[in-house]
Design a protein around this ligand. Structure first.
Ligand code: UDP
Ligand code: GLC
Ligand code: MN
Length: 348
């Protein structure tokens, strides 16, 4: 098939760390699978490991290193229950991509199921309603025009007004009150599948972009390679969508990862617990080689509800830290602690 390439329009995503880079790789591949004729661009920061940067270069036409912008607005982010999202201000760099006439931004936790090049027929600023507050748009998918002038006005606005949710979505909604509404099929947030199940059943075959909003990203789930099913606490519909993400990931992304990342994901494919055990024993081995391994002090072994290092074990904050890779292998999250927690849960 002869596809005419359009060089001055691009899809754009953002990945500031390894986990979101895995999302960006899967998203980029899902876009490639739709035979798009637009460019693919990913914004990254220095925290993304070099080997993943190299892999991103094989999927994306353009990999742009940017500085982290952070709202540092912990009060509003606490309202959103997502303390980690201040860094989403980094998205604003997308307005600096002035080599393009028009772009479509996609969060790296999106998966494209069908060709969406028709999005480039829309104008700045076009987006899809947020299902939490449909008068606002969700900033996981939007059409925009890169412009240094807009970029600097957005930064001024951020400094003078802040963001009502602490992230880019609050800021952009205040900055673009007269946005153009796109069909929900361009940003079907996964929670819609259970909050309005009959509509999901009716329209699911028309969905073009799935957006895995919330802290539980597809890459944190456990996936069984044999049954090709996600394991754990998800609704049937959500499970189907997460399985679709994993199918793209296992077919196109996983085989090309370096061994370290591959092992990390491969173990998760079977079960979460062996991952903890494996990482714990690797760490102990490394520390023993370097001569500084110490047994954990007994008082750190916890039962549910105990506070270690200012964070209550099993609390939302603890879960979020764990899910975002902030794991204290030699402290709170030492294997002995995990084991004690499991024992306590079983006894309950
Ligand atoms: N993001 C990132 N690093 C982070 C947090 C967010 O690169 O630590 C980027 C990534 O592209 C992500 C987007 O910002 O998809 C928005 O964050 P997220 O998708 O977690 O928000 P949600 O859609 O769940 O509200
Ligand atoms: C959201 C959007 C996401 C945005 C975040 C912070 O729910 O899905 O794209 O980064 O809020 O504002
Ligand atoms: Mn998102």
């Amino acid at each position: 098939m002869n596809v005419t390439r359009v060089h001055d329009e691009s899809y754009v995503t953002l990945a500031t760390n390894e986990n979101y880079a895995l999302g960006a790789l899967t998203l980029g591949q899902s876009l490639r699978n739709t035979n798009t004729n637009r460019r693919l661009t990913v914004l990254i920061t220095t925290e993304v490991p070099q080997l993943l940067v190299d892999q991103l270069k094989s999927v994306y036409d353009f990999v742009e290193l940017v500085d982290v912008l952070d709202s540092q607005d912990s009060a509003n982010l606490a309202l959103l229950k997502r303390p980690e999202l201040g860094v989403t201000f980094t998205k604003l760099h997308c307005w600096r991509l002035t080599q393009y006439r028009k772009c479509v931004f996609l969060d790296s936790d999106c998966l494209v199921l069908h060709n969406v090049d028709d999005l480039f027929n829309s104008e700045e600023f076009s987006a899809v309603s947020d299902i939490g507050w449909p008068d606002c748009f969700n900033s996981g998918v939007f059409v925009f025009r890169p412009s240094l002038d807009t970029y600097s006005r957005l930064l001024d606005f951020a400094v003078s007004q802040g963001s009502f949710d602490g992230g880019d979505q609050g800021l952009l909604n205040a900055f673009y009150p007269n946005w153009n509404r796109l069909s929900f099929v361009y940003n079907m947030t996964t929670n819609a599948s259970y909050s309005y199940a009959p509509a999901y059943k009716q329209f699911k075959n028309t969905v073009k972009i799935v957006h895995f909003i919330g802290a539980q990203k597809p890459w944190y789930h456990t996936y069984n390679l044999d049954t090709q099913n996600v394991i754990g606490n998800v609704t049937v519909h959500e499970g189907d969508l997460i399985n679709q993400w994993w199918r793209v990931f296992t077919q196109w992304v996983l085989p090309h990862l370096n061994n370290e990342t591959k092992n990390r994901m491969r173990v998760q494919l079977v079960s979460r617990t062996p991952l903890v055990e494996q990482q714990q024993s690797q760490l102990v081995q490394q520390q023993e080689q370097q001569g500084f391994h110490q047994e954990q002090p007994q008082e750190q072994v916890y039962a549910t509800g105990k506070v270690v290092g200012g964070v209550e074990i099993g609390s939302d904050v603890h879960k979020q830290k764990w899910e975002h890779g902030q794991i204290e292998y030699t402290g709170r999250d030492a294997f002995a602690n995990i084991q004690a927690h499991l024992d306590a849960q079983i006894k309950k």
